[in-house]
Design a protein around this ligand. Sequence first.
Ligand code: HEM
Length: 393
Amino acid sequence: MIEAPVGDPIRNLITPRALSDPASAWEPFRSRGGLWWSETLDSWVAASLSDCSTVLSDADRFCSDWRRLGEDTPVSALSVQTLDPPEHTAVRALLVHAFRSLGWDDLRRSTADNAERRLAALADRPSFDFMSEFAGPLALDTITGVLGVGLPDESRFVAISADIVDSMDYALRPETVEPGRAARGELAELAGRWLGERTPGPGERGLVGRLAASRRATDDVSETVLRNSLRVVLHSGYESASRLLGNAVLACLRSPGTLDALADGVTDAALQELVRCAGPVQAEARGCVRDTDVNGHPVRRGEIVTVLVAAANRDERVFDDPDTLRLDRHPNPHLGFGRGPHACLGAPLALLLTRTALGALARRHRPPRLLGEPVFRRNVTLRGLHRLDLGRG
Ligand code: HEM
């Protein structure tokens, strides 16, 4: 069923057609240029690479921490994602250090073994759902392995994780706010228990153990902020990572020959292009801290700027033939992992997982076949599939 267009083009982004076909979804935004006002979002909207990049790169003028605009943010909401420098710098440094000190060679090996094992178990089946039977479980195993924790109840986690993603679209779906807040609280509580339970020994290799140890050595980061930041790591490690896998496989299947090409190795350029075209993060928001301008367009203190990174990634002034997946595209200055102080902290892990999973799939099912219509989740901020049925090639 085709849904009728409505006045503010932002509203159309949540239609099944727009979610399934990013080229058509972002086309009207690319051609607008400059900042424009959205009644739906009650904010300015930036869609060009230059405007989006300017806003994301400048935390002095554009905040993630709404307390800088006088908002009363509850402590339960403070995390690496919602603080700005200098508080942000301390918690980010702690996380970056913990990520860097992971055993990356072991991680590469265990992720590859896991992907191969999961595909082998599906090999005799005529078809399988790539999302629930491969991408989701593989991403969850990977992030819990990195954290060095187990989940008490996986199906509960998957449900509340979806509540968090839904609530990112609160301007379009206000009914999602409360379930999202409750879900964040529940996950943060779980992360708090992990931190409290840990008495890391010298052989401790998980992120939680490392963070528990390094936090004891510094007072710069509160237990609450660390706990909430671990919640962000767990959630992004599952949702953003699995959604990237699904979107990337679909983008390849819709562009004949590309998945086959990945069987011989997934290059860095191919990974970056998949993030540009199929990255799940489509929008971010910042608050304007003082009267200023974005490339000549005035923005006043207190106003919000919504940054459409998915539109910026198809900016034809920067990317030739932006709707075509070109696995050797170079240069590729996309914003799929964000930019500036809040740029994705898990990018190396997300790339490791994507390289491993897509390479294994392409080699085993040369090339897999798309069965039926893919079903997208009703999420704009974090685009992703609910179901992607694949059959043997
Ligand atoms: C292993 C998986 C992942 C982990 C552990 C992870 C973790 C994080 C964390 C902790 C942040 C907050 C950083 C900060 O505010 O300083 C972040 C931000 C971000 N991540 Fe990831 N992430 C993962 C996967 C992904 C993927 C697959 C994408 C998209 C391709 C992505 C895109 C982003 C973006 C755009 C931001 C910036 C948000 C903003 O500017 O407000 N992440 N990530």
